[in-house]
Design a protein around this ligand. Sequence first.
Ligand SMILES: [Zn+2]
Length: 349
Amino acid sequence: MQNKKLSSKDYKEILFSIPKTEIHLHLEGMASVDTIWSLIQKHKLEIPGINNRDDIIKRFQVKNLNDFIDLFLNIIQNCYREEIDLTLQIKDAREYLKRNNIIYTEVFFAPSKFLMNGFSFDVMMEYLDQGARKIKKEDGIDIKFLIDVSRSFGPENAINNLNLILKHKKPSIIGIGLGGAESKGPAEDYKEVFELARNAGLKVVAHAGEDVGPESIWSSIKDLKVSRIGHGISAIQDDKLMDYLKETQIPLEICPMSNIFTKKYVSSYKDHPIRKFFDHGMYVTVNTDDPTIFGMELIDEYFNLLDNDIFSLTEIFDLMKKNLYATFLTTTEKDAMWGKMEKVIKQYR
Ligand SMILES: [Zn+2]
């Protein structure tokens, strides 16, 4: 199919109509303006510069990394004052997933900051788990959690997070991730916690090569033995690593807009390495990272890749399939879900 014959609206409808998966998505990154405003009112919070709903809308229009950090730390995370507030976050996630026809997702949840504020891990996870079960029952959408043990607060905090996961087992928690400040928390420092997690049967992934060079990706593979790499875009600087990723087919969870936004290695779709990785035979997937914060949802990501002539529609279908097969579902579950996706895709081939 030619890219140019249909309108943008037609393409977005096609992209919507296919049931999809997403594997690099942060829970707070789906927060809505309404949730934040209702929490500010509920807890009577005084946040400088925020006097009404419109002020929040303005702060959601982030233009650079500082705006993003300000919104994330000072507004979004600051508004959650008790565990039950997370039920609103699950409601936002549900709306986001429905808007984009995402039927299965693995979502990062970072509890460290909340635990420091006195929240109970068990109560938080009970709300999230209950919410996930309700969404599965009512909408047929499956949400699994990867607990971000965080590299921002040191290995001891990460082990503490892992112990909480193991102590309060929930069916929706399937593994751990390593997020936070990549430049301040080298992967090798988290070798022990990842080994313990793997031995306990948890899946393991890590953000790497988003803000630090290829050595961070190597270390995540060799020291942490991760099943997937979050971002991984600095692999473009290391031919040996690109070959290794091709051979091993370790999936990269690429979030193009997030990378363009943070501007560490790329500043536009055109200079994003995703196409080079794809042509090299590496395993790439497309995700959003923090969709409501960047104002860029999964359908928009796929659409922009089409619109900028980075991928054809047929290749986008392939990327959707790759995303599904990079999940932690069983092969039988993946094949069944691909059956559903392929049925819709066939109409457009
Ligand atoms: Zn991320």
